[in-house]
Design a protein around this ligand. Structure first.
Ligand code: ZN
Length: 309
């Protein structure tokens, strides 16, 4: 079996949220058709993904790759046992997400004013005000709301982000929104494991709200950061097949940690994820070919180990 455990211990379940259709594609130059996005989503479900960040409801002039969000949501299978997440930056996006029938809303909350200005033309204070409204919109439709704290470990504009700055913004978010989950995002892939461990451990000591990590592989610290986040109690991780991904408003942001490397590492360690690493590698190759880029994952080069059944 692919990614069979190398240890004798069973270590429980880790949940992987695949963000390929959104974070994975939003920064690619070559547009992907709605049909191909739907194929990507269906293939993700087939290889085991149960939560999929499918779309974002953002200004199509600024992020043209996500302009077909309504059409994607209209085309996804509803009988497949998958939860479709729509990313939003403001109340307008939240209304669109509700209208499109997403299963979860993920609100992006920058922790620095500099990134708030560049990414969504706002401030941290105004983004917290908007969160309260977005929370009301989600609650009125009984849709779970999650928050992703962007640039939580470092910002392309501010530079260093002290842990206390991230924690104080997240504290406010927990007070002002009814949140099903909070993610800390290493948006530009500048975090190191000890930092990730400290910030997540502090946050975990303050709240019972489930935590998720969104880690980018820019400087090859994503899997080490995953280990650190897990040691701090995190059991939910974002990733993208082929290591696709980036942010149009975060210079230097490269791909997400790849779904295949993450799923393989976890399976080898004895954790159960629902994802098949070999199938994720193949899907990563397919979608990367569509956007004419090389897959950025270890498994795409070296393959799954061991390869014999
Ligand atoms: Zn990201």
């Amino acid at each position: 079996m692919n990614g069979k455990s190398a240890t004798t211990r069973a270590r429980g379940a880790v949940s992987i949220v695949d963000v390929s259709p959104r974070d994975g594609l939003q920064n690619e130059k070559i547009p992907v058709s709605t049909d191909d996005k739907l194929r990507l989503i269906n293939d993700l479900i087939a290889l085991g993904a149960r939560r999929i960040e499918a779309v974002s409801f953002v200004n199509p002039k600024k992020v043209p790759q996500m302009a077909d969000a309504d059409a994607v949501m209209a085309g996804v299978r509803r009988d497949a046992g998958a939860s479709y997440i729509g990313l939003v930056l403001n109340t307008r996006g939240a209304h669109s997400a509700v209208d499109a029938g997403v299963d979860e809303i993920n609100y992006v909350l920058p922790v620095t004013d500099a990134f708030a200005a560049a990414n969504q033309n706002t401030t941290v204070a105004a983004a917290l005000d908007a969160l309260e409204e977005v929370s009301g919109i989600a609650a009125a439709s009984a849709i779970p709301l999650t928050v992703t704290a962007a640039v939580a470990f470092g910002c392309p504009y501010q530079g260093d982000v002290p842990g206390e700055q991230t924690l104080s913004v997240v504290r406010s978010a927990l007070e002002r929104g009814q949140l099903a989950e909070v993610a800390l995002a290493d948006t530009i892939g500048c975090a190191v494991p000890w930092q990730v461990g400290e910030v997540f451990a502090s946050l975990a000591s303050e709240t019972d709200v489930p935590l998720r990590a969104h880690l980018h592989e820019t400087r090859h610290t994503a899997l080490a950061n995953t280990y650190a986040a897990m040691a701090a109690g995190v059991t939910v991780f974002d990733s993208a097949v082929g290591g696709l991904g980036g942010c149009p408003f975060a210079p230097g942001a490269a791909g997400n940690v790849s779904t295949e490397d993450l799923a393989w590492m976890l399976a080898r360690a004895g954790f159960s994820t629902s994802i098949d690493p070999q199938a994720a590698t193949e899907l990563g190759r397919w979608i990367c070919a569509k956007v004419e880029t090389a897959p950025r994952s270890g498994l795409s080069g070296a393959g799954v180990f061991p390869q014999v059944a």
